[in-house]
Design a protein around this ligand. Structure first.
Ligand SMILES: [Zn+2]
Length: 441
């Protein structure tokens, strides 16, 4: 079967879907201030995920050579021989397709050649603040859920002090991993205390500070919790007696030079995570969780399977969970959770460009198995490069149209029903789930 059906139904459906406004359910967008430097064409065209594929192609190439490729100060001529080799090895992946779409839609080039890069270089100065917003608007992105408050990518303190604000259609989420790091020392504990103006002397005070920080974050506009701890630990959380957690916390509190690492800190980490789910219940906010593929290299496939979260999802029944990335490659496990757990929604951010065929299959089978009100069909998952999020959305729209066309042509759906499902997936469902208050489509 063709990935994208060559049929009038597909064309009609895609035409509808291309005109639908979208609620983008996951980005790392700070506003124009977060943009990368648009100084050198290879760096400008090779943002984020495609680096993972280039690295994957480059057995034996030292990391410093990759860093050179990404460095906007290194001249294109110096980068080109290695880049050309890696690009040709990678250019047919979906991540590379995003680069090709950016090349075409933003810079008007149909092929990535050395000469095309010189023409791209001449247009980089046009990637200014106005363009940033124009690209988002033209893509039909009406609102965006943004994960930007972490200490690594953002600044929680200045957000809480009201110094850092975001464009009005960006909705930030509280970065949950920051509140249960796997490496814990005295400075970290007191930094959390500082968010609530407290000096921490016990586990109870630490928890009080976290709850107060959550309340303040919500007052300032945060609309949920976002957890991507899968990058630092397996996502199975045991129910731990409080005394075990307290013992570990006290070890650090009783000696400012002490620190806890992984996996030693696991009982404390597990305890905190469950406690935060109770806070989410009390504060009535949803929890977004990274599941499935981890960006980068040399990760473990089984560590982030959503099935490992089952005991959390089962226990915290009054909390709404938004599970990310199609749980790639564990499609069946995710369908089980979406079908079986009333508190689980599927957030298809990133998965459209991880594996379009998987995304199409997932959506097709989701229609057959899961109430269609539980799907959030798009999140770009890029950092302040709107042209990449927009290209991702182009692919997502094609994937959605393909999945629904297959169901129409297979005799399962009428065309009008498919249009309604697409509207719900792209707009109405997230609008309701995140309480955004837009008029329904
Ligand atoms: Zn992300």
């Amino acid at each position: 079967m063709a990935l994208y059906p060559k049929s009038p139904v597909y064309n009609r459906l895609l035409d509808h879907i291309e005109r639908m406004p979208v609620i983008d359910c996951h980005e790392h967008f700070n506003g124009p201030g977060g943009r990368p430097a648009y100084k050198e064409p290879i760096a400008a065209l090779t943002q984020m995920y495609v680096w993972n594929d280039l690295c994957s192609a480059g057995f034996g190439i030292p990391l410093r050579d990759y860093q050179k490729l990404a460095d906007v100060e290194v001249p294109t001529d110096e980068k080109w021989p290695l880049y050309e080799r890696l690009w040709h090895a990678t250019e047919h992946t979906a991540y590379a397709r995003v680069t090709k779409l950016v090349l075409k839609n933003v810079y008007g080039e149909s092929e990535l050649t050395r000469a095309a890069l010189d023409r791209v270089a001449e247009k980089l100065s046009g990637m200014d603040e106005a363009r940033y917003f124009k690209i988002i608007e033209e893509a039909g992105i009406r609102a965006m859920m943004v994960d930007v408050l972490g200490w690594i990518h953002g600044d929680m303190e200045s957000f809480l002090e009201g110094k850092k604000t975001y464009p009005s259609n960006f909705y930030p989420l509280a970065p949950l991993p920051e509140f249960h790091l796997t490496a814990i020392n005295w400075e970290y504990i007191q930094r959390i205390g500082g968010l609530a103006g407290m000096h921490i002397t016990s586990l109870d005070e630490f928890l009080e500070a976290v709850f107060s920080a959550f309340q303040k974050l919500i007052e300032k506009g945060a609309i949920g919790l976002k957890d991507q701890s899968a990058y630092i630990r397996e996502i199975s959380y045991d129910l731990v007696p409080k005394s075990d957690a307290e013992r570990l916390m006290n070890r650090v509190l009783s000696d400012p030079k002490a620190s806890l690492g992984w996996p030693e800190s696991k009982p404390l980490n597990d305890y905190l995570f469950h406690e935060y789910m109770r806070y989410a219940r009390q504060l009535k906010i949803p929890v977004q969780v990274h599941t499935g593929l981890l960006a980068g290299q040399y990760e473990r496939v089984e560590r982030s399977n959503a099935a490992k979260l089952a005991s959390v999802l089962e226990l915290h029944r009054e909390v709404r969970f938004d599970l990310f990335h199609g749980n790639w490659p564990y499609l069946g496990d995710l369908l089980f959770l979406g079908k079986n757990y009333p508190n689980v929604s599927l957030n298809l951010c990133w998965v459209h460009i991880i594996d379009p065929a998987y995304a199409i299959e997932l959506m097709e089978r989701a229609v057959l198995t899961i109430p269609h009100t539980k799907i959030h069909a798009f999140g770009g998952d890029y950092c302040d490069v709107p042209e990449f999020a927009a290209a991702h959305l182009t692919i997502a729209r094609q994937n959605i149209a393909a999945a629904l066309t297959n169901l129409i042509e297979g005799g399962w759906l009428e065309e009008e029903q498919a249009v309604c499902i697409a509207k719900d997936w792209l707009f109405n469902n997230p609008n309701r789930f995140f309480n955004l208050g837009f008029e329904e489509l």
